[in-house]
Design a protein around this ligand. Structure first.
Ligand code: GAL
Length: 434
């Protein structure tokens, strides 16, 4: 008997990779991130990025060759609606071709409608701080679904609303660079209601148009929060508060159909009720909680002996299991919409992927209705403030030539996706005792 057993996944399980428009396309000159980059806040500007805008067929060919059956990407709002209320037919056609290219390759599209970037005109009007943002976003969503909805079976409304809020409005390290809790709570509430409205609009339009009924969900980043010292009340409070706000607030508000504290007082909204067909979980790491008056110091604290990624995140696969189990109470199917590692050591990436998939499988054995695993990312790309310095891809991008080269982890992942299982041999090879 070896140390490992085969981990078999149910048929129809989705295996994929994710990217996001701004991080791979290049030349998204008309959004708030481009401006943020020009102001010098990021290690590099996104520039031409991976030129995925022109090379999407090549990237989708790679995804297909790797036996993947789904691909998660986003539609860039600032391309579709370059000026308020003005639609770009050229860009709509572009995304239609991208969606068709996925279909031709047997890749189920999972489409994100908002992935951190806002059109410049929207940001300049006050962005998500304004209550009108909800309807303005809904108008864009309606347009996308009308034009492209025949080709989209899965929608992610808003990517990681709490990351957007915390980094943009509490820590001030993402645009618009605010540190203002009142604004943060306002934006959180508007994103929540925008999600709910988008959910309704997507289903309405698909019905009107006779498109196949899609699945619409949130994509939520969660972290495990644990006190550094379980006997120190301040550490315990910090962990509980972070969990309640960062991990739970958004989900609990949808679950209850009412805006929960601290961004509301339990006001009910008809549109919020049942506004999800699935939960998308993005999982990267655990955060050890200490107490410090500076909120940014409380972020990214890791145990002394932790294995770290190039983002200085702790590798903590068990956290994925814990969080998946914690989602059971909502009674919705779950997709891991992102899980990944920045590392210059691809063997570390192989181990990371295997260990996380094994934890996901453990959660399924305990009744979690997990339907897919999507690795972040297919290709190295523009990692926001970190520029191009952090490499998440199972496929390497040479930024001088833009040549794509699959890494060993790509072939390893392809084997899992192709067989719909993780064999004991594969685990023995990468995780076995030496
Ligand atoms: C997520 C985000 C992605 C990607 C990833 C890696 O929070 O959705 O855009 O950057 O993290 O850090």
């Amino acid at each position: 008997m070896g140390e490992f057993r085969d981990l078999v996944f149910p048929s129809g399980f989705l295996w994929g990779c994710a990217v996001a428009a701004h991080q791979v396309e290049g030349n998204n000159t008309n959004n708030n991130w481009w401006k943020w980059e020009q102001e010098g806040h990021t290690l590099d500007p996104s520039g031409i990025a991976c030129d995925h805008y022109n090379r999407y067929e090549e990237d989708l060919d790679i995804a297909k060759k790797l036996s993947l059956n789904t691909f998660r990407t986003s539609i860039e709002w600032s391309r579709i609606e370059p000026k308020e209320g003005v639609w770009s037919d050229k860009e709509i056609k572009h995304y239609r071709r991208v969606l068709e290219a996925m279909k031709e390759r047997g890749l189920t599209p999972m489409i994100t409608l908002h992935h951190f970037t806002d059109p410049l005109w929207f940001a300049e009007k006050g962005g998500w701080e304004k209550p009108e943002s909800i309807d303005i976003f809904a108008r864009f969503v309606r347009k996308v679904v009308e034009e492209l909805g025949d080709l989209i079976p899965f929608y992610n409304t808003i990517n990681e609303p709490m990351v957007y809020v915390v980094l943009g409005y509490a820590f001030g390290v993402f645009p618009p660079g605010e540190r203002d809790i009142i604004k943060a709570l306002t934006v959180a509430k508007h994103l929540l209601l925008a999600h709910a409205k988008a959910y309704r609009v997507i289903h309405e339009v698909c019905k009107e148009k006779g498109y196949p009924k899609p699945k619409v969900g949130v994509v939520h980043n969660m972290m495990v929060f644990e006190p550094l010292d379980p006997n120190d009340e301040r550490h315990v409070n910090e962990a509980n508060t972070s969990d309640a706000i960062y991990n739970r607030w958004f989900l609990e508000s949808i679950h209850a159909g009412a805006v929960q504290p601290p961004a509301g007082q339990g006001e009910e909204f008809e549109e919020l009720k049942g506004a999800w067909d699935f939960i998308g979980l993005n999982y990267y790491t655990r955060n050890i909680c200490i107490s410090s008056p500076d909120p940014t110091r409380r972020f990214n604290v890791v145990p002394m002996d932790a294995e770290l990624t190039d983002m200085h995140y702790e590798v903590y696969p068990e956290g994925l299991y814990k969080l998946l189990v914690s989602l059971k109470k909502y009674g919705k199917p779950v997709y891991i919409t992102e899980n990944g590692i920045a590392t210059s050591n691809d063997r570390q990436r192989c181990r990371f992927i295997l260990r996380h998939i094994a934890e996901a499988h453990r959660a399924m054995r305990e009744g979690v209705d997990l339907k897919g695993y999507i690795y972040w990312s297919l290709i190295d790309n523009f990692e926001w403030n970190e520029g191009f310095s952090k490499r998440f891809g199972i496929v390497e991008v040479d930024y001088k030539t833009l040549k794509r080269t699959p890494r060993e982890s790509a072939y390893m992942y392809a084997e899992i996706a192709g067989k719909n299982k993780v064999t004991s041999d594969l685990m023995q090879k990468y995780l076995g005792r030496k």
